[in-house]
Structures are given as structure tokens and as C-alpha cells.
Write a protein that binds this ligand. Sequence first.
Ligand SMILES: Nc1ncnc2c1ncn2[C@@H]1O[C@H](COP(=O)(O)OP(=O)(O)OP(=O)(O)O)[C@@H](O)[C@H]1O
Ligand SMILES: [Mg+2]
Length: 434
Amino acid sequence: MSEVPSPAEAATSAEIPAPRIQAVRTAEHSALAELPWHLPLSDWPEDLLGGLPRGISRHIVRYVEIGDEVLAIKETENRQALREFDILGVLENLDVPTVAARAYVTDRRSASGEALPGALITAYLDFSLPYRALFSRDLAQDTGGRLVDALAVLLARLHLVGFYWGDVSLSNTLFRRDADAYAAYVVDAETGELHDQLSDGQRQMDLRIARTNIAGDFLDLQAAGLIDPAIDPLAAGQRLCESYEGLWTELTRVEEFSVNERWRIDERIRRLNDLGFDLGELTVTTDLDGVSLLVEPKVVEPNHHSRRLLRLTGIGANENQARTMLNDLDSYRSAPEFAESAEATGEDSAELGEAEAARKWLEEVYKPLIQAIPEHLTHKLEPGQIFYEFVEHRRVMSRARQRDIPTMEAIAYFIVDYLANLPDESRYVDSKQF
Ligand SMILES: Nc1ncnc2c1ncn2[C@@H]1O[C@H](COP(=O)(O)OP(=O)(O)OP(=O)(O)O)[C@@H](O)[C@H]1O
Ligand SMILES: [Mg+2]
């Protein structure tokens, strides 16, 4: 028998002072108030943890199911809990990929009146994976390099909004699959600082920290036997710096063109789009002699493809997944059957053609696939990733059989031969991670 009082007993016990709970949502506030805050997180009863494995990290993190959601609770000092709650909120408002802060708890006391640390509560980031999980289950080529590249994009996005992270590492990041790449999210913002703009020195400092931490992350992977011992841990940190510098230069560089080379501005915009960014604002200044133009991006916005896909189809997807879908939509649109039917309905403008194609593609290609996924397999991958993996699976199958595979047939093979065999990733907590 457990000596630990149940949450209900704890809640009714008059001697235990209630902690201070600040929650974003009222409904969550009352559910959170029911939890046994008078106990250290490490002593919380198993039945609260919804069957999710316990983890042990520097701070103790536990996962609790409330309604149909999972919340991650991290025990940390009162001041830190509040600070990280605030920082995560600001980052979310700035549209930077992070875990969403839901609440913080302070003024906790045990039944005997001793002070306990505070807690930060975030929404479990569905379909996210810690980097170690990707090595223990993913045999894809160059997983390490892809994770590092995703982290470089995240770091550039943080720096663009003036955020100095102070503890950049693979272990402070969560990863979601994004077509054949990954999308990175900040999970630990405890050391961060928000400025109007970062100096080069601050950016370089973050890169130095990243280089060291990433080497450490790779050493950990080697110690756990998850990667080849011949891999140089320092090379991964170096790759982050190169990947980041290349992107940062493209996002911020001031270029000088001659006045009759305006086309080069279009080239710059196209390159940014390819990297997944839109140019929101640009300043063009002519020099005193009126001979050359100085071109400087002022506002660059991420998710070029995700936003275009959302506008056309209403589908929310990660950037590279969206790129795959837009490519599929383009080839659907250029198929002769579609061009004929567009002609028959008198489509004359390219814009209209695109909108019409998107509607049809959604009904005839995307929805049949997503709706065909049996309920019990919807936890395997996000819909955007399902689409990407389906396109790849169909391509490999067509090549092997040397013929086009009709959509419904390809969907059936994809579900039975591929999707059903994948592990569930919607809520993944790796007990070995900690
Ligand atoms: N909202 C969340 N969604 C999914 N996983 C989460 C969430 N919050 C925390 N985690 C998991 O808990 C781990 C530890 O969180 P965090 O980095 O904030 O604590 P820490 O004490 O600094 O841990 P570490 O020393 O391992 O970096 C994360 O790497 C992540 O795997
Ligand atoms: Mg951490």
C-alpha cells in the first residue's frame, strides 16, 4: 500500500497550505489545483502520470494527463519557474517555435511545512522527439547533421527576434519530423534573454556555447553506443556554426547592385523563399552618385511554404512538409486532365487556376489519404508527415513495379506495409533518455 495520500485526500487536508498557481487557462487552473503539490515531484504517485514513463533530468520532469492533453511539469526554483514561463510566453508571441507555457506554481510547502521548489508547466509538444530518441530508432542517413541544421535554423530565428539563448544544445531542443528534415523547438529557455537586437558578440557567444554543448551531446550519444565511435563530436558543432552563418548571411546581408540590376533583388527574394523565408520589408538606398543600390532585408518572416499552403488549402504543416505538398499540388495542376478541365470551366487567370487546383487536390488527393488512416494509426505521425512519407512510399513502389500506382491502391499498401509498422510518436517519452 502506498503511504502517499491521494490528491483528493491532499486537497481536503486543511493543514497543507495551498501553493500559488498561475495558469493561462481557467479550466486548467482547477485541474492543476488538484495535484499533490505538497509532495516533491519525484514522489508523485504513479497513477497520476497516465502511464507515461518517469524521467530524470537535471530538473525532474513529469508528465500528467489532464483532459485529453498531456502537460509536462518541471520542478525548478520559484524565480526560475516564473522567469521561464514569461520567456516562453514572449517567444510564443513572437512566433518562434517553442513548447507552450501553461502555468507556473510557487509557494509550495510539504505537509510538515518545508518549502518545496516551484514548477513550470508546459503543454507536451505532440509528435516531438528528444534528439536521443531519433538515434535510438532512426537509421536515416545523417540524422545528426539534419538535427544540427534544424537547430541552426531555430537559432537564426531566435537571433532575428533578439533572443540570446545562453544554453543552445540538442538536449534543450525538441525535434519534429519535417519531411526528410527536422523542425526544432525550444524546450528549455531558462537561461535566455530578450533584447531589442543582438550584437554580433552576443550571437557569437551563443554559437560558442552551441559548439561546446553539441560536442557534449554527441559524446553522450557515443557513450550510449547510439552513434559510430569514429564520428568526430567537434565536427557536429562546427557544422552548426557553418549552417547558421550561411543562413544568417542570407537573411541579413546588405548587398550592393548597380541601378540597372534590379532583377538581382528578385533573385535575393527567391533565394530567401527557397530557405523558407519571406521578405516582409526591404530597404533600397541609392548611393550619392546614383550609380548603385544598397539592398538590405529589414523584416524576414519564416514559414514561406507553410503559409502559402495554409492560404491555399487550410492545411497546417511544417515548412518542408508544406513544400512537398505544394510540389505535389503543382504536379497535380500541370497534369493534362486538370489543364483540360480548367479550360472547360473557363479558368483564365493563373491565380484562379491555382485556387481551383488546390480545392480539387485537397478533395481528390490529400483528404482521401488522411481520411483513410484508421483511427488507431493516427498517433504514428503528424498528417503532414504522413503525406510526405506516403509520396515517398508511392514513388519507391512505382519504381520497383515500373508503373504508376493508382492512389487508393497506393494508400492501402502504405497503411498496411509501412505506417502500421511505425512506432507511435504523438506522445513519446523515452525513459532511457534521462
Ligand atoms: N512541453 C514538453 N513537451 C515534451 N517534452 C518536454 C516538455 N518539457 C520538457 N520536456 C522533456 O523534458 C526534458 C528536460 O527539460 P529541460 O531541458 O527543460 O530540463 P533540464 O532539467 O534542463 O534538463 P536537461 O538537463 O536534460 O537539459 C526535455 O529535453 C524534454 O525531453
Ligand atoms: Mg535543459
